[in-house]
Design a protein around this ligand. Structure first.
Ligand SMILES: [Zn+2]
Length: 381
């Protein structure tokens, strides 16, 4: 039996913090329902003290969603925690996500606290959150740039106070996979009461490392991943749920863990979030991009038509995408052209096919893509 990794989705909180995105409560509920169907274990629904809209969204999702933990973010302040506790009061399994910075940079410039003051503030926040739930997650903002000895002290103290999940965010997207894995491993090795809590990865994509760092954290022993659909989030975004979910499926041999995600629903949820947030998914996006299963060069088309495994490590249907697509371009060859013509119901003699192929090559040179209508013209001429 493999360990289970908890999937904590923050599309509706960190994802909604993407510049230019604003979701209504109804839209959040629609996405929330889709996330429950997808198999997400925890939904971070918002930051209730930040606005009446966020409060309303968290309260609505807490009331309406079953079979999932609904989570609210707070700062390490009693007033924030009280508002979150109220917003979550109808939840089946409410989680409060509180914490504060641990790097000297954040302590000095942002919080204006000493290390000792910050530690005490965090501990009392956890104690206060226990009035509302035993399901408490503690985030150590900017832990990627923090002093490790201090991180260990914070983790031990907040677990003693009642935190059951410890979030180790690389808030600034600064770390590399080897470093992030070693951070997770060192926490597991150095904190005496670490067996009472789950370590969680929360990685940002400023250097394109979010998925790699999250997976490195799993290899290091983290058993929760914080992710967002399509990787949306602050700045360059969060870790993409679909990438982590599929990496854990396709490379189960390496990670030896499982999640509750149903991969067949990934493409549909990706499209829903893209539509409601207005955040387009880039065509070459891993797993859910429009080109993720399209083949354009002759060499690749020939291989895929002989056997899909030559150039595809996962089947498009496995993530809910349509069939692999052969896109005809100037780089395509005879095998791809013959395949597309056959799909359109044409069957030609060798001689006639060669004529069409010659014309196709000339036409493809002047176009980005040769579509069905173009092919019909070629055949008719
Ligand atoms: Zn974040």
């Amino acid at each position: 039996m493999y360990d289970r990794v908890t999937v904590f989705d923050t599309t509706l909180r960190d994802g909604e913090q993407s510049p230019g995105v604003r979701l209504s409560t109804d839209e959040k509920l629609e996405i929330g329902r889709a996330l429950v169907d997808l198999g997400v274990n925890v939904i971070e629904a918002g930051f209730p003290v930040s606005s009446p809209g966020d409060f309303d969204a968290v309260r609505t999702l807490a009331r309406e969603l079953d079979g999932v933990q609904v989570c609210a973010l707070t700062r390490a302040r009693k007033a924030d925690i009280d508002v979150a506790g109220e917003a979550l009061s109808a939840a089946e399994d409410p989680r409060i996500h509180t914490g504060l910075g641990v790097s000297d940079n954040h302590l000095h410039y942002k919080l204006k606290m000493s290390r000792a003051e910050a530690l005490e503030t965090g501990v009392s926040a956890v104690r206060h959150a226990k009035r509302y739930t035993d399901n408490i997650e503690y985030f150590m903002e900017d832990s990627g740039r923090a002093d490790r000895e201090y991180v260990f002290r914070v983790v031990e103290a907040v677990i003693d106070a009642g935190a059951t999940t410890i979030n180790v965010p690389d808030t600034t997207g600064y770390m590399y996979p080897g470093e992030y894995r070693s951070l997770i491993e060192s926490i597991r090795e150095s904190v005496p009461n670490i067996d009472k809590a789950v370590l969680s990865c929360h990685c940002h994509n400023d250097l394109g490392m979010a998925t790699a760092n999250t997976l490195a954290g799993v290899l290091g022993g983290a058993r929760q991943v914080e992710v967002a659909i399509n990787g949306i989030g602050e700045r360059a975004g969060n870790t993409a749920l679909e990438e982590v979910a599929m990496a854990l499926v396709i490379r189960r041999d390496l990670f030896e863990v499982e999640t509750d995600i149903n991969p067949g629903l990934l493409t549909g949820v990706s499209q829903l979030v893209s539509r409601l947030t207005g955040m387009m998914v880039q065509r070459n996006k891993a797993v859910v991009g429009a080109n993720a299963f399209s083949h354009s060069s002759g060499i690749h088309q020939d291989g895929v038509l002989k056997d899909r495994s030559t150039y595809e490590i996962m089947a498009p249907e496995s993530v809910g995408a349509e069939k692999s697509e052969i896109v005809l371009t100037a780089r395509s060859g005879r095998h791809g052209l013959r395949h597309r013509l056959a799909q359109m119901g044409f069957d030609f003699t060798e001689e006639r096919f060669e004529e069409i192929y010659e014309k196709f090559v000339t036409m493809a040179d002047g176009k980005r893509e040769v579509g069905a209508e173009d092919l019909r013209q070629l055949v008719a001429s």
